[in-house]
Design a protein around this ligand. Structure first.
Ligand code: PLP
Length: 391
């Protein structure tokens, strides 16, 4: 076997992430590697923290990117806030809520699940009932934007519930950051984590996190050390903390951080509100086109994530065959259903740089072609007219 350099195909990414990465970010990643304690690199780190505060809409001093993907941000929040014997209430309305339960249990804490139907937002009334029944709970955790179903939950109300019941909130914003309104300070969210490969349109592998003063106080008041050395915020702060005196903790992913910096500069240039509006208007256009093709949404209107559109696979269309057709003929990736939705649902992403009119038109044409290949005729021109009509 002859192995030589890997040449990646040029895909259009309209799945649940990663999303299309703009050339300016790819260019940033290719800049010369410098030392992770180089004074110029320290300046870059300070700028990343400032830009992340803007993206999260927070003044939290403890705001930084964890050097690993979104799941590590999740683990950092649970591992730092929970100690053995603690109790956490977790709303579960999809795959990532389930993953939160595992995190709680692996911290030696007790998880109380509030199970919700898949495809629906978390019901605050159901959460309130469970919080009232467990006054000893320390944490309320939930997923703002459930990527496995496409449902958007009311984070503001859920964070307020947490405060009313003396709980710290842990909020998953992996798919929401940069795509829909998120106000960490205004909503008084306590421990919030995200990912770089969704609406920030950066490469995968970093997890922005932010901790409120209340969350920091809880970390400082721990009786036991954080069981993960790598994710212990007390230690990470020695490297990411303010000022010139930084100590080695781990070797930062230098070039990946160039990429994140560039992605955040792009977000700042566009403006956060404009980015939210772009996602919303592209979603409306996509929905008009998909519905004109006869497709139905899983999530009811009003609770849909603009950046993650779950639709039922039309009857008579083979899931794997259609997705393979899109990839091989159009270089176009859409997402399969996860968990309970496997084989029944497609997840169509409009995240970050992928949320563009040309992508939507490509997808509508390609889907019509994929259906035709399986003997199902739809009117692509009418669907494209519906897209145009909604813009
Ligand atoms: N949480 C949500 C809502 C996600 O969508 C994902 C990834 O898709 C994760 C957590 C985990 O992130 P990662 O795959 O970057 O570890």
């Amino acid at each position: 076997m002859q192995i030589s350099s890997f040449v990646a195909p040029q895909r259009v990414l309209m799945g649940p992430g990663p999303s299309d990465v703009p050339q300016r970010i790819l260019d940033a990643l290719a800049r010369p590697t410098i030392g992770h304690l180089d004074p110029r690199f320290i300046e870059l780190m300070d700028e990343i923290k400032a830009l992340l505060k803007y993206a999260f809409q927070t003044e939290n001093a403890l705001t930084l990117p964890v050097s690993a993907p979104g799941s590590a941000g999740m683990e950092a929040c649970f591992a730092n806030l929970l100690e053995p014997g603690d109790k956490a209430v977790v709303a579960v309305n999809g795959v990532f809520g389930k993953r939160m339960i595992e995190n709680v249990q692996r911290c030696g804490a007790t998880a109380v699940a509030v199970d919700q139907p898949w495809g629906e937002p978390v019901d605050p009334a159901a959460v309130e009932q469970v919080l009232a029944a467990h006054p000893d709970a320390k944490v309320l955790a939930f997923v703002h934007a459930e990527t496995s179903t496409g449902a958007l939950s009311d984070a503001e109300t859920l964070c307020a519930l947490a405060k009313r019941h003396n709980c710290l909130s842990i909020v998953d914003t992996v798919t929401s950051l940069g795509g829909v309104p998120l106000y960490v300070d205004r909503w008084k969210a306590d421990a919030v984590y995200s990912g770089t490969q969704k609406c920030l349109s950066c490469t995968p592998g970093l997890s922005p996190v932010t901790f409120s003063d209340a969350a920091v106080a809880a970390i400082k008041a721990r009786k036991t050390p954080v069981q993960s050395w790598f994710l212990d915020m007390n230690l990470i702060l020695g490297y990411w903390g303010q000022g010139g005196k930084r100590a080695y903790h781990h070797t930062a992913p230098v070039n990946a951080l160039y990429g994140l910096h560039e992605a955040l500069v792009a977000l700042k240039e566009e403006g956060l509100e404009n980015a939210w509006l772009r996602h919303a208007s592209m979603h409306q256009a996509l929905a008009a086109g998909l519905e004109a093709l006869g497709m139905r949404f899983v999530v009811k209107a009003g609770a849909r994530l603009p950046q993650l559109n779950s639709v039922y696979i039309p009857e008579g269309v083979d899931d794997a065959q259609a997705r393979a057709f899109l990839l091989s003929k159009y270089n176009l990736e859409i997402g399969a259903g996860l968990g309970d939705f496997a084989g029944k649902v497609w997840r169509i992403g409009l995240m970050g740089h992928s949320a563009r009119r040309e992508n939507i038109e490509l997808l509508i044409n390609a889907l019509a072609d994929a259906f035709a290949e399986q003997g199902k005729t739809v009117d692509a021109q009418a669907a494209l007219a519906a897209v145009a009509g909604s813009l």
